[in-house]
Design a protein around this ligand. Structure first.
Ligand SMILES: Cc1cc2nc3c(=O)[nH]c(=O)nc-3n(C[C@H](O)[C@H](O)[C@H](O)COP(=O)(O)OP(=O)(O)OC[C@H]3O[C@@H](n4cnc5c(N)ncnc54)[C@H](O)[C@@H]3O)c2cc1C
Length: 449
C-alpha cells in the first residue's frame, strides 16, 4: 500500500481499494489532465476538502478552479472512512479546548463544528446526493465502569456551555435499547450526528462541483511544482497547469517532500476497517444494535462501529504502522477479535471486507486551515486526526473564503497559525509504536482507572 512517509507519489489512476463502499459504486471513467491550461486556482486532491473548496469557490465567490487528483475521485480517506458525520475534529477534549483558548473561543469552535454538520446536510440536500444517510445519532460509550462519571460530566458541560442536546444514557437503558454489549457501562448520545456512505458522498460533492463548471481531473498526480514569474507551474504525467493560487488538499495522502509548506507538518497514521457478512435475524436480536446508530468507545486506542443498512457491521480501529504491512491479515483478525470481545454472542461471524486509509495527525492535535507561504498564494487544510468527514467539508468552504480574500471568517484558532513541524520527523513511527503499547496497557488494565 502507498506509504506517504516513504513514497514521493500516491500513484496514478490506482483503483479504489476493495472496500465495501467501492463495491457499491461504478468507478467513473478516467479523465486525466491533458495539454497546458491556465487557471486562477488549482486544487490538489479530490477528497471532501478539495471538492468542497472547488464547489464553494465557484458558487459563493465565482472563482473557477481545476481539481487534480492522482487516482480516483474520493480515492483517499474520503472514500474509505466509516461515514460518521460527527461534531468535531482533532483530538482535543472540551476541557482541553477551554483551557487552551478560553470559554469564548471554545463557544466559537463549538459553533464551527455544528456548522460543519449543517454544511454536509445542506450539500446533500442541494445535490440531492443519494448517500444512504442514516439518522440514529452517535453514541460515545464508556467501555469501563470507571469512565462513566467522566461521560456524565461531559454531558453536563456540553449542555450547560453550549446548549448541546446531548444526553447521558445509563447502563440499563443502554443495554435494553441501544446495544447488548459486554463493554458498555453508560454512554453519551449525540442525536444530531448521522451516518453516510462516504464514497457516494464524495461522488455527490464531485457532481455538485462539476455542475458549477469545475474541471475534475482524475489520474493526474502532481509530480513537479515550480514557481514561474509569480505563478505556480504544476506538472502531471498528461499535462501542466499554470495557476495563480494553489490549494493543497492532500491531507493524510500528502507525499513525502511534496512542498515546503506542508512537509513534516503532519503524521500520516493508518486506520483500518472491516465489514462483516450480513447478520441473521437471530444475530441482530442477540447484539441488539440499533439501526442507524454510530458507536465509538472511550479507549485510548478507540474502536468504532455501526450497523449498515443491509445489516452488516462495520468495525474500525487502528491499523498497521507501515504501509507495507497494512493488508496483513493479522490486522483484519484483530478487528474481528475486538468486535467479538464486545459482542461474544456473534461468535462465528465472518469479515468479508477489510481495508485501510491514512489519516493526518497534527503535532498539537488540531487541524489548520491556512495561507501557507509568504507569497499568499498557497493554502492548505489538514491535520483532522481521523475525524474529518464534516470538518473537512467545512474546511473546504473556509479555504474557499481564504482564497477569495473574504474577510468574514470567524475568529478561530484553526486559521491563526501554520501546522507546527514535528521536531524529529523521522522518529514519528517509533513514537507511534510506543503510543500503541501505552494505549494497550491503559485500555486493558485497571492501573489507569
Ligand atoms: C478507515 C478510516 C475511517 C474514518 N472514519 C471517519 C469517520 O467515520 N468520521 C470522520 O469524521 N472521519 C473519519 N475518517 C477521516 C476522514 O475520512 C478524513 O478526515 C477526510 O476524508 C479527509 O478528507 P480530505 O479531502 O482532506 O483527504 P482525502 O480524502 O484523503 O483526499 C486526499 C487526496 O489527495 C490525493 N493526492 C495526494 N497527493 C497527490 C498529488 N501529488 N497529486 C494529486 N492528488 C494527490 C490523494 O490521492 C487523495 O485522494 C476516517 C479515516 C479512515 C482512514
Amino acid at each position: 500500500m502507498y506509504d506517504p512517509l516513504t513514497s514521493s507519489s500516491p500513484g496514478i489512476g490506482e483503483p479504489y481499494p476493495q472496500s465495501y463502499w467501492a463495491s457499491e459504486i461504478q468507478a467513473p471513467a478516467p479523465n486525466p489532465l491533458e495539454g497546458h491550461i491556465n487557471t486562477p486556482v488549482a486544487i490538489i486532491g479530490a477528497g471532501y476538502t478539495g471538492l468542497s473548496c472547488a464547489y464553494h469557490l465557484a458558487i459563493e465567490h465565482n472563482i473557477p478552479s481545476i481539481v487534480l487528483e492522482a487516482n480516483q475521485i474520493g480515492w483517499g480517506c474520503s472514500g474509505r472512512n466509516a461515514g460518521f458525520v460527527l461534531n468535531g475534529t482533532g483530538r482535543l477534549s472540551w476541557p482541553q479546548i477551554q483551557k487552551k483558548w478560553g470559554e469564548q473561543t471554545a463557544a466559537r469552535i463549538y459553533a464551527e463544528y455544528r456548522a460543519g454538520i449543517n454544511t454536509v446536510s445542506e450539500l446533500i440536500e442541494q445535490g440531492n446526493i443519494d448517500c444512504d444517510k442514516s439518522t440514529g445519532g452517535y453514541l460515545k460509550v464508556a467501555h469501563k465502569a470507571s469512565l462513566v462519571n467522566g461521560l456524565e460530566q461531559q454531558a453536563e458541560l456540553l449542555q450547560k456551555q453550549f446548549q448541546d442536546p446531548v444526553h447521558f444514557i445509563h447502563a440499563r437503558t443502554l443495554q435494553q435499547q441501544y446495544l447488548h454489549s459486554q463493554e458498555a457501562y453508560g454512554a453519551l448520545l449525540f442525536p444530531y450526528c448521522f451516518g453516510v456512505q462516504p464514497l457516494k458522498l464524495a461522488m455527490g460533492y464531485a457532481s455538485l462541483a462539476e455542475a458549477q463548471g469545475v474541471s475534475l481531473c482524475s489520474h493526474s498526480p502532481v509530480r513537479q511544482w515550480q514557481n514561474q514569474q509569480g505563478k505556480h507551474l504544476l506538472t502531471t504525467p498528461g499535462g501542466t497547469i499554470k495557476a495563480d493560487r494553489v490549494v493543497i488538499a492532500t491531507n493524510g495522502y500528502t507525499p513525502r517532500q511534496f512542498n515546503g509548506a506542508v512537509d513534516n507538518r503532519h503524521f500520516p497514521v493508518l486506520s483500518s476497517v472491516i465489514v462483516t457478512e450480513p447478520l441473521t435475524e437471530q444475530q441482530l436480536e442477540a447484539c441488539g444494535l440499533k439501526p442507524g446508530l454510530m458507536v465509538m468507545d472511550t479507549r485510548a486506542l478507540k474502536y468504532y462501529y455501526r450497523l449498515l443498512p443491509d445489516n452488516r457491521i462495520l468495525f474500525g480501529g487502528r491499523g498497521a504502522i507501515r504501509g507495507k504491512d497494512a493488508g496483513h491479515l493479522v490486522y483484519r483478525q484483530r478487528l474481528l477479535n475486538a468486535l467479538l470481545q464486545s459482542f461474544p454472542q456473534l461468535k462465528g461471524l465472518q469479515a468479508e471486507h477489510f481495508w485501510s486509509g491514512w489519516v493526518s495527525v497534527s503535532l498539537d492535535d488540531y487541524p489548520r486551515i491556512c495561507k501557507a507561504d509568504d507569497t499568499g498564494s498557497v493554502y492548505y487544510s489538514m491535520g483532522y486526526c481521523g475525524s474529518g468527514v464534516s470538518f473537512s467539508t467545512q474546511a473546504g468552504k473556509r479555504l474557499a473564503q481564504l482564497v477569495a480574500g473574504d474577510h468574514s471568517l470567524p475568529d478561530l484558532p484553526f486559521f491563526d497559525s501554520p501546522l507546527p513541524k514535528f521536531p524529529l520527523a523521522s522518529a514519528r513511527r517509533l513514537g507511534l509504536w510506543a503510543f500503541y503499547h501505552w494505549g494497550r496497557l491503559k485500555d486493558n488494565t485497571s492501573l489507569f482507572g
